[in-house]
Design a protein around this ligand. Sequence first.
Ligand code: AMP
Ligand code: MG
Length: 698
Amino acid sequence: MSFDTVIMVDWSGGNDRGATPKKDAIWTCIARAGQAEPPLYHRNRQIAETYLQGTLTAEQTAGRRTLAAFDLCFAYPAGFAEKLTGSDDPLALWDWFAARVTDTPGFNNRFDLAGQINTQFPGTGPFWGNGRPNHDVPHLPRKGRDRTGHDLPEHRATDLAAPGAFSPWQLSGAGAVGGQVIMGLPMLSRLRHHFGAALSVWPFEAPTADIVLAESYFSLLPASYLTGHAIRDAAQVALYARALSALTPDQWQTVLDVVPTAEGWVLGLGHQDLLKGAAMPDLTPPPLRNDCFAMPQGAHWTPVDDALAHLRAQLSPITATETIPLAAAAGRILAAPVIAARSHPPHANAAVDGYAFAGPLPDGPRTLPLHPGRAAAGDPFNGTVPDGHALRILTGANIPDGTDTVVLQEDTAANDTHIALHGPLKQRANARKAGEDMTAGSDVLPAQRRLTPADLATLAACGTGQVTVHKRLRVGVLSTGDELRAPGEHAADGQIFDANRAMLLADIERWGHAAIDLGIAPDDRPKLRTILDDAADRCDAILTSGGASAGDEDHMSALLQGTGTLALWRIAMKPGRPLALGLWQNTPVFGLPGNPVAAQVCALVFAHPALAHLAGAQWPTPQGFSLPAAFSKSKKAGRREYLRARITDGAAEVFPSEGSGRVSGLSWATGLVVLPDAAAQITPGTPVTYIPFASFDL
Ligand code: AMP
Ligand code: MG
């Protein structure tokens, strides 16, 4: 089940609105496969009806199944149609209105007709509201509260389920929908007769015809989704047309699967999550600026903090978004804030097993009669507990009516009819308040957050089934150097095993990105160029190691230089040779040093935050803490130093060698000690900053 075309219609009950597009007028929008055409303004109903009939005919001729959705109640609360037409069939009511509504661009009889209808019901009402201050309409009260005894419900079931829906009885005042319903049903009736068997009306008829009409409601999606049009009505038809047209056949099946009643149903109501997912614009953000890595060049070495500040300022998210089930979202980065769909806890409930009663309990011993029944989690007690009585209650059960306080089972003595307990007990003791953790509609987690396992519990608890996240950043890893062999292969004299690739690929996986193994590139410029071309197609970012300096065999920096976007960053840090940063066909490349220790330290210090930011996350700053040094060192001024370190007896011990090829020292260490840019004289006991590898998300 699906539709090739969706036409969204915002109807109006008023007279001709003039040639210039205005709000509170008729707007329509056509969308196909998630792409909306520009919304169209129709100055009056006659023009709009002609347009709709013509467009539906054109779609039918082109062989496209079409859903036309109207922001218009398709039926009235139960009992209304039957009284007027003798039948509860809403489609018969459409014809009834078509026969009685007078409609021209400058005049229509909606108020008078509503007054006449009111005479057919006992008391006063149901219709009310009169748009003309100086003209009383017979039998049409001006205020809703002036009505009595008309015996009709105020709302349909679907309006009660839709947050903020107005009653179709209200004909005037801000937000009123009554007029446009009266002025819309005749148009629907005519469309229906015009297209005959090629048209069906959901949910009263099976949505199987070429053309399906359905009722829509413009408050199913958050207002924050409305973009792109200065006039709200235009933004609404565009948004809902786009969202509905993006639904998959399975999702259509779900959305259309309602039990048909004569009151009808709002399309998508109850499935707002699906609509939200479909509405989320899947726009790929603009690429990085060509000069994003350009740093003022000079003889001086750039301090680490300046280099980081530059990356932070110049980089922006480059991945599109997608909506995925919550259970699959650990480690993913939220692209939109999550709002609580429901309060947590949804009701006041018991924090312990015991007995519920109305508190407080004054000081001293007390006996309370036991009320029959019990309240358990998932099995609430439905009656009211009489004052002065207690009810058996279990942890997690809703606090029953008539009670607000729970006494712990262990603090009572009980027989079949009474419990004995000791005061004092404060009112609401051992009861969790409704919404004490999260309240419906409040912000739960912000955009840019990388979801932790605990976040999944938090989001689940407030009813989040799906989250909109950034697509995973695809990060390629390439090792460069003629001397490199893959571990496990035969390595001849002069050859070494590629240590960096496995490490960097694993870093990337830990950071939540999709790691792509690009293998080993030889020190050969044409071959390296081919490899980078291919990598730029498949990756959102590339990490390379080796060949990043300015020597004869430093082909990575030479190639990046050739593309015109190389920036060779001379960063005042140890370990770490120059960092070669550049864009290869718009794909950012981080050229890390070849030495494994330098490669890893530069990856942790620069690639970790930069990739997180490109992936849509907040810029991470690793959390370090101060520890007494367990070593001595005299450090020169002018560069920051990162030492492999671990904690022994509460002090920071460093790896005996600072050699940056000593890869085993990375395994020995549990983190890094960071020595400041300035000179430092360190002796055992001097406080130093230790950053555990876990702070780098490893
Ligand atoms: P380069 O930056 O290419 O001059 O390399 C610096 C040092 O790191 C040289 O000793 C290289 O052999 C070594 N090296 C480069 N890439 C790797 C790698 N993937 N694994 C282990 N050592 C490497
Ligand atoms: Mg090399």
